[in-house]
Ligand binder design. Structure first.
Ligand SMILES: [Zn+2]
Length: 385
């Protein structure tokens, strides 16, 4: 397929130490800056102090977990009341998604529910959001270069996206040094989310030559560096590889879509208080196996099978490897890195039909390379239980 459209953040800044440029960037939009950070305010202290040293009037909002509609509505009201000029999101996917939603809702009338897909009225975002600088401190979500923000709707027990091309952050500042202190368990689960977000766009029905180039490179980086980043947190090369893999995965998913792992992870995330990365990691080897089985059972030879074999070669580094070796590589990584099973986050066999039913309606399922029947989805969930 050689006709495509491609969009990403206006500007991407990458490298060890580049986060030091954030205060200057943020104040170039004006003096009043909203910093949206993760649970621990201490981790954003250096940024708040550096902004204040440049004369900025800083409002700090800490997000303790995945953002819900009330939190972002409140944040948007705060941004309007304080006449905020620019938003800086610094943290993992939750903090970045909260920042993106707040920046968008601050300039668009109404509340999050008016713009949410599926559960809301799904109105389009029409006004440009406040300028947003996205600074990831994990290597996994790629949220700094995606056009959606995932929000939870607690009274409906679902997650849904605010989505608009206008929500791509103005500047993505990706500094691998910010990830050096992540504990091994978070490095592992977010790293496997990054891998999922490279494999799914690569296998997607919407893949294009630009996303392919990023996915191939990113998968190789995860293959050589995920284990090292988990075992040696301060290994500069390994952390750089994982930050690049996450960035490439974000760009790829925003332009080529995802697949059944994310289709299943969305309802699980809405129904259970389970970290997104760990859920994706638990599902990944089983979805890969189910896709390959379904593709092999199909009437015609699918080009997606060649792609599954390419994933096997990229992960193992062996020219004679195929799809099955790729699935085995991922299964071993999930076991070695002690990724929790779905039952560990509270999923029971009684929940599986409802999860499968919701997953079938998710947007990610539409770009999965094989059509998976409800019984296939339940078999995947059972294998990850
Ligand atoms: Zn993901």
């Amino acid at each position: 397929m050689a006709s495509f459209e491609f969009a990403t953040a206006n500007r991407i800044i990458f490298g060890d130490g580049c986060a030091e440029s954030v205060p200057e960037l943020a104040t170039s939009y004006g003096r009043r800056v909203l910093v949206v950070a993760g649970r621990d305010p201490g981790r954003a202290e250096w940024l708040v102090e550096a902004l204040q040293a440049r004369g900025a009037d800083v409002v700090l909002l800490c997000v303790g977990g995945e953002p819900d509609v009330a939190l972002v509505d409140g944040g948007a009201a705060l941004a309007r009341r304080r006449a905020i000029d620019a938003v800086v999101g610094i943290g993992g996917g939750s903090a970045l998604d909260a920042a993106k939603a707040i920046a968008a809702l601050a300039t668009n009338e109404g509340g999050a529910i008016d713009y949410l897909e599926v559960v809301g009225t799904g109105q389009p975002i029409t006004m440009a959001p406040l300028p947003l600088i996205a600074v990831p401190t994990t290597a996994g979500t790629g949220s700094e270069v995606t056009r959606n923000a995932v929000l939870t709707v607690p009274d409906r027990r679902v997650k849904a996206s605010l989505r608009s091309p206008l929500m791509l952050p103005r500047v993505a500042v990706v500094d691998p040094l910010l990830t050096h202190d992540l504990p091994p368990s978070i490095t592992a689960s977010t790293g496997l989310d990054a891998l999922t977000q490279l494999i799914e766009p690569f296998m997607s029905a919407r893949a294009n030559p630009m996303t392919d180039a990023l996915c191939r490179d990113g998968i190789s980086r995860v293959a050589r560096s995920l284990r090292r980043a988990c075992e040696h947190g301060h290994d500069t090369e390994a952390r750089t590889d994982m930050s690049l893999a996450s960035l490439f995965g974000g760009i790829a998913l925003a332009n080529a879509g995802l697949g059944a792992v994310h289709g299943l992870a969305a309802p699980i995330g809405g129904m259970f208080n389970a970290p997104h990365g760990a859920v994706c990691a638990a599902l990944l080897p089983h979805v890969m196996a189910a896709n390959v089985r379904a593709l092999r059972a199909g009437a015609a030879e699918s080009p997606a099978l060649n792609r599954a074999a390419a994933v096997g070669r990229l992960l193992t580094g062996r020219a004679d490897a195929g799809a099955d070796e790729g699935i085995a590589w991922v299964g071993e990584a999930v076991a070695r890195l002690r990724i929790p099973r779905l039952s560990d986050v509270g999923v029971t066999s009684g929940d599986l039909p409802a999860i499968a039913e919701q997953a079938r309606q998710s947007s990610s399922m539409k770009s999965n390379p094989a059509a998976l029947a409800p019984e296939d989805l339940i078999a995947i969930l059972n294998a990850a239980l």
